[in-house]
Design a protein around this ligand. Sequence first.
Ligand SMILES: *Cc1c(COP(=O)(O)O)cnc(C)c1O
Length: 368
Amino acid sequence: MKVPMLDLKPQYAQIKDNVVREVLAVMESQGFILGPRVEKMEQELATYIGAKHAVGVSSGTDALLLSLMALQIGHGDEVITTPYSFFATAGAVARVGAKAVFVDIEPDTFNIDASKIEAAVTPRTKAILPVHLFGQCADMDAIMAIARKYRLPVIEDACQSIGSGYNGKQAGTIGDFGCFSFFPSKNLGCFGDGGLVTTNSDEQGDHIRKLRVHGGAKQYHHLEVGINGRLDAIQAAVVSVKLPHLAAWTESRRENAARYNQLFAGNKNVRPPVEKAGRKHIYNQYVIQVEKRDELKQHLTEKEIGCAVYYPVSLHEQECFKSLGYRRGDFPNSEYAANHTLAIPVYPELPSEALEFVATTINSFTRG
Ligand SMILES: *Cc1c(COP(=O)(O)O)cnc(C)c1O
């Protein structure tokens, strides 16, 4: 049996009629940049996420970049973040000229260890940038307590966590900004690149809207320098068609995760992901930890089972961040995760026989 890591085609089959109609309507209108479809999508997403403002932008990366720009973070500033994330988290910090200050992760959730943040705060710290990795929120109560104590803004990288819950709140509504991605492999993906910034601040919502069109308050009049960070109408139309399905797709991911958890329960050589109390994990990725990760990955590949390593290199060990001065051994939990985690298929339409085949193959290999 061949099992892909992610198969978007069954999802497309569910929405095809609507999505084709909506995309055609954009083409008929010949209005491609921002406009009414982007505004409609922004309102729908603000409601779904539970934020006052949602601003459609060109990608998750640009959502992070625009949030950092809105806070006027730049040269000489430090931003506290996690070394275990997709590159864009730290890339955006470097892009505005600031320095990423890494804090190690919790070994069970893979999210930034809030108990280690305070020791990293300096007079140059200008923000905290936690990532809600794989679909589960970081420990936001502890993070917000430190943020209040030192008067630091918080940017949530919720690119993998749309609809993820934390003590009755949703990812992207707790800090000052929430950053989301519509990259096709995310739980709510468009047909290309796209993203969203959420905020409960009227002033910052307005600010992000200006920054995404080169910083102009009105056309051709600029008080500050922004970027071209707009979202296309076609992408917004796709997101609007998909959004009504998102809750059901999320439930399917959670059911798949629960089934895997059961199947791995008797196997001490596989550590399934941990969902902490008070949190709702939305399983953008289902990530296990195994001792012989690379051997397992190779075995699954031979059996035509898709799997992926997110992420094989801790950000503090990236060549381009050499000048930050970190060394191997600085963040042992992040380094351990980079060498022992493996993501396996969890997409909503994954057939149950395929899921069982994946789990059985992993169990027989790891039980040796
Ligand atoms: C996907 C992702 C991003 C970047 O989103 P793009 O839309 O691909 O630019 C940033 N951070 C995390 C944690 C992500 O998973």
